[in-house]
Design a protein around this ligand. Sequence first.
Ligand code: IPM
Ligand code: MN
Length: 346
Amino acid sequence: MPGDGIGPEVTACAHRVLKEIAARYGHKFFFSVQLIGGSAIDETGNPLPDATIASCEQCDAVLLGAVGGPKWSDPNAAVRPEQGLLGLRSRLEVFANLRPVKVMDALIGTSPLKGEITQGVDLVVVRELTGGIYFGEKTRDESSASDLCTYTAAEIERIVRVAARLAASRRGKLCSIDKANVLETSRLWRDVTNRLMRDEFPEIELETLLVDAAAMHLLSRPRDFDVIVTENMFGDILTDEASMLVGSLGMLPSASIGESALGIYEPIHGSAPDIAGKGLANPCGALGSVAMLLRHSLKLDAEASAVEAAIGAAIAAGARTADIACDDDAVLSTTDMTDRIISELD
Ligand code: IPM
Ligand code: MN
């Protein structure tokens, strides 16, 4: 699903890389291109057409560009592109959004933060994706508005399990982030997390942080974090912040997964309407999402690692899009960057 803004440009690159992987590893992938977001509103009036849902349910994985843009962002609009994305996440029950943040040595100069802070950062934020304030009841009249935040113990347990299992496969550390000093949902989150971790994952080191402090610790001691688990909106905000450890939102991939193998894979950057159509977008977030798609939904581990290695090798060799270029770096277009990454697949 190309979606809006730079979405079509980066998904076109992702599509090319998948075809290269198919050719090199002897697979046959079948692609179906579907509408979502603003472009779907323009064509059908609906940000999540039935045909899109039907196609997703027949596929093994969904690759998504981005949705949204100024054309559809009137605060009084009846339908919005974002409803398409949120509706799809909820419909496919992909409650766990994995957002890895790994600082490559070659990109240390790209971050606005000092290299001594960012070097070696390797963390994953596990963001709850189908609950919380995003999905609670909303009200609005001329003089007031409300957004309800709800969580059930079951929703908290399943996301914490995903995060704890991931921590067990990594450095064995989990940090749960909440606002338990103010929010009732956070107090439930903390209770459920403490109990579940004690009963099911006693070997995992559990740290708990309030979200305001966590926003600071993420910048002052990012290397200490291994896996972070948090609710929907905190995860949304903290991952944009965490992207600055790497230096560009354009670098970060994500995987949204649930109980089944079907997942949604999307770069965490938005539609970036200011640079859309100019060949300036960084394809790495989308290509990293391809790697996650290969690994999680298609169970093609070697292929996934090959894509990640190719991105790393191209960057180590100096390939740069505008967002990650420093002073005298030559700047590559979206497609030239993709060519460089594809050439590293060999
Ligand atoms: C993201 C985006 C979405 C979100 C928007 C487009 C609805 O910011 O995937 O992080 O808030 O979840
Ligand atoms: Mn976001």
